[in-house]
Design a protein around this ligand. Sequence first.
Ligand code: ADP
Ligand code: MG
Length: 339
Amino acid sequence: MNEFELIQSYFSRLGNVNRLPGEEGGVVLGIGDDCAILQPPPHSQLVVSTDTFISGVHFPDQTSPFDIGYKALAVNLSDLAAMGAMPLWFTLCVTLPSADEQWVSSFCDGMESLIIASGIHLVGGDTTKGPLSISIHVTGAVTQGLALRRDGAKVGDDIYVSGEIGHGVAGLDIVLAALGDEAASVGSVELLRSLERFNRPKPRNDVGGKLSGLATSAIDISDGLLVDLRHILQASQVVAELDMGAVPVAPSVSDERLFVGKPSSERRRIACSGGDDYELCFTAPGGRRDSVEAVGSLLAVPLTRVGRIIAKTGTFRVGDVIDKVSQKSLPLAGYNHFS
Ligand code: ADP
Ligand code: MG
């Protein structure tokens, strides 16, 4: 297959998912011309983001094409979730070492499952030859002025996380230690759940959408809870007091087959420092606890209060995450490309 046949047979088909007659989703002209033509919803602001996904850097080389297709879109949808935006459109740039039809077909199946689940539309892209890399550009919409930004946290706000923290770092350890097959054969439910979450994270677009107008700031946890929370603190010029004991840690993190040699006392910290969770960390006024709880119940997603925003003082500097128990600043570790 050549470039044009790949586009025709696989990517154009993906562009037709979710496009029932009368439900074009603002796609006036999709894949096939030099550009797509898109109609934004009335009274909305567009929210855009892009993420590149490189083999061996963003996913282990042995990752299945289905999971690569799924996760490349998932991490981009997660950025829209963190802004409280509704997913609208995306473009897809694929660089492939060869035109391996079986690989492309499975890659598209993985991506299609999430296109259906999220309601987003593929409207264009580029297909080239080279070392495997996927680059996605997403566009979403928010009601004017209601995007969830990093710079809105206020002193006195509560800090929350969605779901469980640590599936990403546990899943990576399972892959690196080649424990996946063993976990499957002995039916280790907790390990398999972390592996599943690592390969197919669930972007929290439903939660983000409901938090718009309620949360004062939000971020998605891609590099680790502690470092990502710090981004909110720095943008908002505040300090956090974190109750580490309240963080809902993935059960697999305490499994002794993972993080071999690490004492149980360190594991909670590992979960809070590991990336690839794609949960949301957000702040909301203390007076709106009932509303936050209602969102969690409605969507059946745990939203757990893990701390509060405090002011910078003589001892605590902007961006510090203070441990509630020791009242000491927590050392922040997370993923960083050039360090
Ligand atoms: P051009 O030479 O004008 O860049 P291309 O031949 O690269 O056009 O692409 C033809 C059409 O196919 C365009 O509409 C482009 O957006 C779309 N396209 C190319 N690759 C992909 C892809 N991987 N996913 C989705 N659409 C794609
Ligand atoms: Mg092109």
